[in-house]
Design a binder for this molecule. Sequence first.
Ligand code: ADP
Length: 496
Amino acid sequence: MEASKIISAPWDRLRDTTLLRTRNLIGGEWCSASDGGEHAVLNPSSQQVLAKVPASSEEDARRAVQAAHDAGKEWAELTSKARASVLRRWHDLILQHRDDLGLILAAEQGKPLAESVGEVVYGAGFVEWFAEEGKRVYGDVIPPHAKDKRIVVVKQPVGVAALITPWNFPSAMITRKVGPALAAGCTVVLKPAEDTPLSALALGELALRAGVPPGVFNIVTTAQPASVGGVFTSDPLVRKLSFTGSTRVGKMLMAQCAGTVKRVSLELGGNAAFIVFDDADLDAAIAGLMACKFRNTGQTCISANRILIQDGIFDAFSKRLVEAVRSLAVGDPLADGSQQGPLINEAAFLKVNRLVNDALARGADALEGASVHDRGGWFYQPTVLANVPSDATICSEEIFGPVAVLERFSTEADVVARANNSPYGLAGYFYSRDVGRCWRVAEALEVGIVGVNEGSISTELAPFGGVKESGIGREGSKYGIDDYLETKYMCFGGVA
Ligand code: ADP
């Protein structure tokens, strides 16, 4: 820790201050950017500087890629059981330090402390799961097409995996990629988001303590994502890119990867529909929507973006939703009892403000909130809007903020068509007590994840990922490790 760089921070609450790393991790060493550049990490609640981290350049990215490449052979040659025991130790250390990791996360990201610790624990689950799953990377023996041949299929690590992660889950988005990559026998270079590098670096510190060998897990922070990203997507030593972030950047990175035909996994934007039918259990639907819409101040890619309520219950539902939203405690993420923190940065705050003002100007009704919060800064009031005209920008853009937009519908066919009328296809949710309808609608929604009478769907046990422009590949579950494996077919001849 470079204490002199910490200008204003809640770090006196950390039990283990050495978790606060503020340099790149390359080849097992903590190092500054090659040109000495730094960028500041802000606390979104106070806008004060928490720490300064390297503003790395292409040169640093190349060094990290080389380090990952150099460490690759030895790591891949370990038994899966040996890799699993390292990952298991990493998992245990993450849990042991959950409170400190949660504090770092809450300070740099702005989600309330309890929610931050929850993310750390959720994220650790991916490390545990993939430590086990790495032992079950089975191949195949296929009945041959000729008497003197034998056909064997094996799975091998893809090689160096470059990982680019977003700020909304600074801990879990990292373990969700690093866990399966390392379990599969890949080595990694990670570029965390500019706003939230400290959680990533703390995870790197614990990985070293767990015995992850030098060069197996490298981290490069930067304020110029395009230059580090350019190295990740063009360097021939990198064999795979796994990205979570916006569809705009994901498309660009996919195009960049075409030059060297890298494997790509993409977790991109969503535009989730949340549908409540007349026959729904309204208490359950309200609870599900509150979790799904307002968790992380609405800044998740599976947040409900379009809330479609059937005519018969529209008024009752909106009244109850407003009551629930009004009771949300907005406050400093580090203060006890806060349920909603600030938006991540000024751009996010301005965007939410712009979308709500545009909707109001076009005649939308503000049922609750709809303006900046008294706390000032990047805090926004939990908001409910109704009667929003379909040409309002908020109806087509991903909101990424604490704003619930309520729409009416009358028939099942109409609502399914509206839900599917989007280039995105990540998550969708609906509430109904009709069993036939539950099957029909779950099958008809064009998404990768469906919550049926459920608003919280994230777990390391299930495959997370989207269809259409929401992405390629799946994270978590038995499917998640496939993204880091190649399939090799070996034909043995002359056996007769
Ligand atoms: P958001 O809008 O949620 O910030 P982004 O897609 O911009 O989503 O960011 C997600 C991740 O992508 C972050 O780590 C960010 O630094 C990175 N990123 C943004 N632009 C680029 C780029 N041109 N090349 C590589 N990475 C990028």
